[in-house]
Ligand binder design. Structure first.
Ligand code: PAF
Length: 280
């Protein structure tokens, strides 16, 4: 595995891959790698000649400095994880390298960013789009792999690709869950043992609401999920929204053929966790 710390090193490696007419699959990450990332690496390796992974905790996508400081980091462990996962090129830059060129970009994702994560975390998606656009440019990847847990992020990145006409295919990958149902996330590492035991309730509540979907209206499903979180003192519900899977706008009634997803953000033990449930 080639480890690149500078954009120049990365460019040199990518140029060789391109000269050999090999396809590139990119998995961008913020490190603290886990089996959810591994599922993205496996898929990208299967579908491309060369797997490129980036590890960079992107400061400009954190609207909360405390969250940025507390974000788990272990570069040595991440590099070993990448090596064991069959990564060919690891891009592990620091912020000075990534933002040598000041991040002055301003993106407009319209209504896609006015709900859920975009509403709760001002500036978050501008920071995501800025780094992802640079990574797409530097890696010249044919395909980019993202986990569906960050459902809104995928919609934003698809829109970025459309707006800037970037020649890359965005591959949305299913959520990878621990055996007890908790969606894998780097933030899970910050949960206390007790909170980690409670955390699978998030998926359990969503699954139960899915099982009841044929007997309930959309607003009844929403009320059910909200009341399930509210009656458990350990959780502090930030939002639960049931949205159209393309426009991300809240819906009250499902239309014929419409994709419908429930998205939740909830605090547990001082850690913010998100998850989704597809209903239709
Ligand atoms: O999903 C993430 O881990 C990050 O938002 C990403 C896509 C790596 C950009 O920093």
């Amino acid at each position: 595995m080639k480890i690149c710390r500078t954009v120049q090193e990365l460019t040199d490696s990518i140029n060789t891959v391109k000269e050999n007419k090999q396809s590139i699959g990119l998995v961008p990450t913020m490190g603290a790698l886990h089996n959810g990332h591994k599922s993205l690496f496996d898929r990208a390796r299967k579908e491309n000649d060369v797997l490129v992974c980036s590890v960079f905790v992107n400061p400009i996508q954190f609207n909360n400095q405390d969250d940025f400081k507390k974000y788990p980091r272990d570069e040595k462990k991440d590099i070993a994880f990448l090596e064991a996962s069959g990564c060919d090129i690891a891009f592990v830059p620091d912020a000075k390298e990534v933002y040598k060129e000041e991040p002055t970009e301003h993106y407009d994702f319209g209504q896609l960013e006015q709900v859920m994560e975009g509403k709760q975390r001002p500036g978050h998606f501008n920071g995501v789009a800025t780094i992802v656009n640079r990574l797409f440019m530097w890696t010249k990847a044919d395909r980019g792999y993202f986990g569906e847990k960050d459902f809104q992020q995928i919609a934003i990145i698809k829109d970025l690709v459309r707006q800037k006409n970037i020649p890359i295919k965005i591959v949305a990958c299913p959520i990878f869950r621990d055996e007890d149902g908790l969606a894998t996330s780097s933030r899970n590492q910050r949960l206390s043992a007790k909170a980690r035991e409670i955390a699978p309730k998030i998926h359990q509540i969503l699954t139960k609401s899915f099982q009841m979907k044929d007997d309930l209206s959309i607003s009844q499903i929403k009320s059910f999920v909200e009341s399930e979180f509210k009656r458990r003192k350990e959780f502090e519900l930030e939002y639960f929204m049931i949205v159209d899977d393309t426009t991300l706008q809240p819906i009250l009634m499902k239309k014929e053929g419409q994709g419908v997803v429930g998205c939740v953000a909830v605090w547990l033990d001082g850690v913010r966790l998100i998850d989704i449930q597809r209903y239709y």
